[in-house]
Design a protein around this ligand. Structure first.
Ligand SMILES: *[C@@H]1O[C@H](CO)[C@@H](O)[C@H](O)[C@H]1NC(C)=O
Ligand SMILES: *[C@@H]1O[C@H](CO)[C@@H](O)[C@H](O)[C@H]1NC(C)=O
Ligand SMILES: *[C@@H]1O[C@H](CO)[C@@H](O)[C@H](O)[C@H]1NC(C)=O
Ligand SMILES: *[C@@H]1O[C@H](CO)[C@@H](O)[C@H](O)[C@H]1NC(C)=O
Ligand SMILES: *[C@@H]1O[C@H](CO)[C@@H](O)[C@H](O)[C@H]1NC(C)=O
Ligand SMILES: *[C@@H]1O[C@H](CO)[C@@H](O)[C@H](O)[C@H]1NC(C)=O
Ligand SMILES: *[C@@H]1O[C@H](CO)[C@@H](O)[C@H](O)[C@H]1NC(C)=O
Length: 501
């Protein structure tokens, strides 16, 4: 007899998922997306994907058909709107799930509050390295798009594979959303075993290509993140100085905007087109690996249709499915899976901590293919390396892929080892670095180091004094010098942003 009761319980537990009707629950979802269509993750682009996911989840017959999602959209202005909207709404009923925001600084404030309230946040943004620390204030954040640190694994895989040792990271800083700053911060963070230098360009300053080229002399690899025009200017200058003949390898990172790299990205219809084409033969682009499957075609077509129906005029490529669109679709799916699992184990939708833990360390079938979440709640990323393969036409192809799940770097048939071999390195480094260690470079290093230290301190300040753990911690031994200007600018912008807060 004593055996029977546990046995019955066992049968009930095992059989109940099969026998019971779908779980039913009403779920309040609060979504933060910018109305401004200059963002790739604007409301007009992403909202149709979220609604598409809702329709499919609620459709009859599926395991989640008992869920009713009550979706509210709020504006995100990449500064404070999202935080204020959450606070204002939460005087009544707190949402069960938050999607977004994407912008780093805005997400930092919002995720901290949401984590304090144990509300799960799923975002296709918040990609900066600082969000990886889920032990404290970002405990309820799940990142459904691969973060910048995941992207940087592509570089460490290449560095290891080709035995490169040193890199110069050149980025453009707008001192507002700072996407390129955070992109290369991820690389810096990941490449602590290599000799890395940083060079930042303030967006509004004139580009001093001489300065940048001076710094390239003692590095093997240059990794850039900036606007397409500035990349072209640097590549043209490097080409004139014969740095593109294999002395140096050039990479740029462009994860999200597929229309800004690859075929024809060197073309401007000016007198430099021919030089630019030659220069770009040594410029390789790291971007997201995108997969498609039959289901995705339907999704993609539906996205185009809803954009057309909305009749948007300020939104040229809004119908194209980028990583944000895909990510927020999959965010709905992931939450539904996690909530379903948690409810089956006897938890309610109000236990955000439990639901969040069900979203981590799992793989599931997303709209474009398999999505793999690591144990830390961050998506493992797959990335492609594109390089010029036809030098006459100046056209690009994917030549290698990096798979984050298993950390493999896969070379494709189009890969040409010649283009990734450093030439003339054995004798030149000492000679060149000595030459370039004159006045220009040491002053410059001071500026770079100073700017990094300065911005690091200011970011700490920006995030209400103590909250954001800045990951640029490793310091070069040089003294701080000409940073006052940078710091001044930063402080001014902080004051104007936060004086009202
Ligand atoms: C949208 O954002 C862009 C760039 O951030 C800005 O220049 C523009 O003024 C914004 N438009 C509106 C209507 O706020
Ligand atoms: C994407 O890249 C194209 C080409 O460089 C550019 O015109 C466009 O403004 C970019 N879109 C966004 C949203 O950054
Ligand atoms: C795509 O949509 C069509 C019609 O809406 C449907 O018949 C077809 O099964 C869908 N294909 C996939 C792979 O979902
Ligand atoms: C949520 O679930 C966890 C177990 O994962 C439990 O320790 C905690 O007390 C629950 N919280 C609430 C508010 O029910
Ligand atoms: C992650 O999942 C795997 C199998 O799915 C399991 O073996 C492992 O213990 C899990 N890790 C954590 C930290 O939960
Ligand atoms: C670039 O053009 C070539 C030839 O026209 C084509 O094979 C290739 O797929 C294109 N690459 C991209 C990334 O669009
Ligand atoms: C790594 O994962 C990718 C994608 O899932 C797969 O195609 C590849 O074969 C895997 N490589 C190894 C060595 O397991």
């Amino acid at each position: 007899m004593p055996y029977f009761i546990p046995l019955c319980v066992y049968f009930v537990l095992v059989l109940s998922p099969v026998m019971t009707a779908p779980l039913s629950e009403d779920i309040d979802v609060l979504v933060f997306l910018p109305q401004n269509n200059s963002y790739l993750f604007s409301h007009a682009r992403v909202a149709p994907a979220i609604l598409y996911a809702q329709r499919r989840l609620e459709a009859d017959g599926g395991p989640y058909s008992g869920f009713r999602f009550n979706i509210q959209f709020e504006n995100s202005d990449c500064v404070n709107d999202a935080l204020f909207a959450l606070v204002d709404r939460s005087c009544g009923q707190k949402p069960d799930l938050i999607l977004g925001p994407v912008c780093e600084y805005e997400a930092a404030a919002l995720v901290r509050l949401a984590s304090h309230w144990h509300i799960p946040v799923v975002s296709a943004g918040a990609l900066a390295a600082g969000f990886s620390n889920k032990n404290g204030e970002y405990s309820h954040l799940t990142r459904i798009a691969p973060s910048y640190v995941k992207m940087a694994e592509t570089f460490t895989a290449m560095f290891e594979h080709f035995s490169w040792r040193s890199a110069l990271l050149v980025y453009e800083d707008d001192k507002l959303e700072r996407n390129c700053y955070f992109t290369l911060e991820g690389v810096y963070h990941q490449m602590s075993d290599y000799n890395t230098k940083i060079y930042s360009i303030y967006q509004e300053d004139r580009l001093d290509t001489e300065d940048i080229l001076q710094n390239m002399h003692d590095t093997e690899v240059v990794i850039m993140c900036m606007g397409a025009d500035k990349i072209r200017e640097i590549m043209l200058a490097a080409h004139r100085r014969r740095l593109t003949n294999g002395n140096c390898l050039f990479f740029n990172v462009e994860l999200f905007n597929a229309s800004s790299y690859g075929n024809g990205s060197w073309k401007r219809g000016d007198m430099f087109d021919n030089d630019a084409r030659q220069a770009y033969a040594s410029l390789n682009t790291v971007t997201l690996l995108r997969t498609v499957k039959p289901e995705f075609e339907n999704f993609s077509m539906e996205m185009k249709r809803s954009i057309e129906k909305a009749g948007l005029h300020d939104c040229d490529d809004c119908g194209s499915v980028n990583m944000f669109v895909e990510g927020f679709h999959d965010a709905m799916l992931l939450y539904a899976i996690a909530l379903h699992e948690a409810m089956r184990s006897g938890y309610s939708k109000k236990n955000g901590t439990e639901i969040t833990s069900h979203m981590w360390n799992r793989t599931f079938e997303g709209i474009a293919g398999q999505v793999s979440m690591d144990v830390n709640g961050d998506r493992n990323g797959d990335f492609s390396l594109m390089a010029m393969t036809n030098f006459e036409a100046g056209s690009y192809e994917v030549v290698a892929n990096y798979f984050g799940v298993n950390g493999t770097f896969q070379l494709l048939p189009a890969f040409n080892i010649e283009r990734f071999t450093l030439k003339g390195r054995s004798k030149t480094p000492t000679e060149l670095s000595e030459k370039s260690c004159g006045l220009g470079v040491s002053a410059l290093t001071g500026v770079i180091v100073g700017a990094v230290l300065g911005t690091a301190m200011l970011i700490a300040f920006y995030f209400f004094r103590k909250n954001y753990r800045i990951t640029i911690e490793r310091r070069t031994h040089n003294e701080e010098s000409d940073t006052r200007k940078h710091r001044q600018l930063r402080e001014d912008s902080i004051r104007s942003n936060f004086s009202a807060a």
